[in-house]
Design a protein around this ligand. Structure first.
Ligand code: ZN
Length: 168
């Protein structure tokens, strides 16, 4: 049994969805309607996870090869996701695998900044806290702080984000 208190807006949206689904769910059964919503959301998330196949992190002027880019092709992401069974692969000192499904990210085993390729064997699923933990281990907390500061600086003042622009 699931019991929850909902707001007026939720009720209004629910009625709209019920109406919209009345062809497929004529009796407007609450469980069926909500289940249809959940399935729809899962499909949506799945689609987003697989991505459009376009690079989101292209920086102008950079030469990107399949393995020389931080961008991970959808096929590789899919392969890693299936292999790792959609769960965090981090194994703690006690030998237990985390297995979390929360905020999963791709982790470069051989660090990307140190030349690690964006290929399935070099990628693994990690929940956000473990990915952060692993990144700090790979790069050191100081490096992370610098990278964040640099990213923020670049956003606030684009000129600061550029390197080696002038050659005298
Ligand atoms: Zn984890």
């Amino acid at each position: 049994m699931l019991r929850m208190t909902v707001g007026r807006e939720f009720v209004a949206d629910l009625e709209s969805v019920r109406a919209a689904l009345s062809h497929t769910i004529p009796d407007g059964n609450l469980e069926k309607v909500l289940h249809a919503c959940l399935r729809h959301m899962l499909r949506d998330c799945e689609r987003r996870r697989r991505g459009s196949g376009k690079s989101r992190e292209k920086s102008p002027g950079s030469v990107e090869r399949a393995t020389g880019s931080r961008y991970v092709p959808a096929s590789v992401r899919d392969e890693v996701w299936r292999r790792d069974e959609g769960r965090c692969t981090f194994v703690g000192t006690d030998g237990h695998r985390c297995g979390s499904t929360y905020q999963l990210e791709l982790h470069h085993i051989d660090p990307f900044a140190k030349g690690g390729p964006s290929t399935a064997p070099n990628l693994t699923l990690a929940c956000a806290p473990h990915n952060r933990f692993l990144a700090e281990k790979d790069y050191g907390a100081a490096h992370i702080a610098r990278a964040i500061a640099k990213a923020q600086g670049a956003r606030d003042n684009p000129a600061l984000g550029e390197r080696g622009g002038s050659r005298a």
